[in-house]
Design a protein around this ligand. Structure first.
Ligand code: C2E
Ligand code: MG
Ligand code: MG
Ligand code: MG
Length: 284
């Protein structure tokens, strides 16, 4: 396990193991100041309409270009940044980058539809008093339509949140910004919470795509996704599905009525220029 971690830190998924790696290598010391030193960058992964194959937009995913340890994935430093509070300026920076980028795409790489951008929000940001003002400011400064932005929050971030805690999110949703429930279906999905959460998109965790890697697909996964799609559409929500790695998965998920797909089959996270090219190709 340790060897595995040492060999390919970029792909590691176990957050506890990540925390250990970070502590062991003393990454903790370098995190403060990393933003000022320009060590973070954002990659974008395409979001594709399953029915027409068009580029719907992209999800912003932050990376840390560490001068010694190479490129680190978010699972390796976000928990630490949340612990130190650095997630607040870092998250603000990612939001700014992503919104500016979406505005650039819309000006120069306009395909069959105006590309949108998704940004992940940490629970810490969600509870920070400046969140609504920050989102409003970035949209105002860039002129990006609120409808072109989607903020992704995980189910677990909203569990136990009372109505007061949800007020900022509701105000952001009222601006016209989409709110997505990320990694949906992995936690203790409280379905009745969909009644009062200001959410417009369900983002199915890639665990569901996994059951559809082969023909025939796992019949239980098919039924579960079919049910979730029917529930979501019945409530006026759209469904995005993560972890689409093969054409078989894409085909199953399209047939089940999922709206948007994301995964290696369509494209890995990449620099913004690459997404721009994809969006332009889409226009023809
Ligand atoms: P997420 O929001 O669920 O993002 C999807 C993750 O799945 C990304 O990992 C992406 O690279 C990976 N992925 C995409 N397609 C496939 C596929 O087909 N197969 C497989 N196996 N994996 C795929 P990444 O970039 O390592 O990000 C991990 C998590 O870190 C994200 O999960 C998100 O929760 C968090 N994250 C990323 N950027 C930010 C950020 O700016 N702020 C905050 N707070 N969290 C972030
Ligand atoms: Mg996400
Ligand atoms: Mg996700
Ligand atoms: Mg996920």
């Amino acid at each position: 396990r340790a060897k595995e971690l040492g060999g390919n830190r970029y792909e590691v998924a176990d957050p506890d193991a990540d925390a250990r790696v970070i502590t062991r290598h003393g990454l903790t010391n370098r995190l403060p100041g990393a933003l000022e030193r320009g060590e973070f960058f954002v990659e974008y992964q395409p979001l594709i309409g399953l029915s027409d194959g068009a580029v719907h937009g992209a999800e912003a995913l932050v990376r840390w270009g560490h001068p010694v340890h190479g490129v680190l994935g978010p699972d390796q430093f976000i928990p630490l940044a949340e612990h130190t509070g650095q997630i607040v300026p870092l998250g603000r920076w990612v939001l700014e980058q992503a919104v500016r980028q979406a505005e650039v795409w819309q000006r120069h790489h306009h395909g069959s539809r105006a590309p949108r951008v998704n940004v992940n929000l940490s629970p810490i940001q969600l509870h920070h008093p400046d969140l609504v003002a920050e989102v409003t400011r970035v949209l105002d400064e860039t002129g990006l339509a609120p409808e072109s932005l989607c903020l992704e929050v995980t189910e677990s971030a909203l569990i136990g949140a009372d109505q007061d805690a949800l007020k900022p999110l509701r105000r952001i949703a009222d601006l016209g910004v989409d709110i997505a429930l990320d990694d949906f279906g992995t936690g203790y999905s409280n379905l009745s919470s969909l009644r009062w959460l200001p959410v417009s998109v369900l983002k199915l965790d890639r665990a569901f795509s996994r059951g559809m890697s082969h023909h025939p697909a796992d019949p239980v996964d098919l039924k579960i996704v079919e049910g979730i799609v029917s529930l979501a559409h019945g409530l006026g929500l759209s469904v995005t599905v993560e972890g689409v790695e093969t054409s078989a998965q894409a085909e199953h998920l399209r047939e089940l009525g999922c709206d948007i797909g994301q995964g290696w089959f369509y494209g890995r996270p990449a620099p913004p220029e690459q997404l721009g090219t994809l969006m332009l190709a889409d226009a023809s």
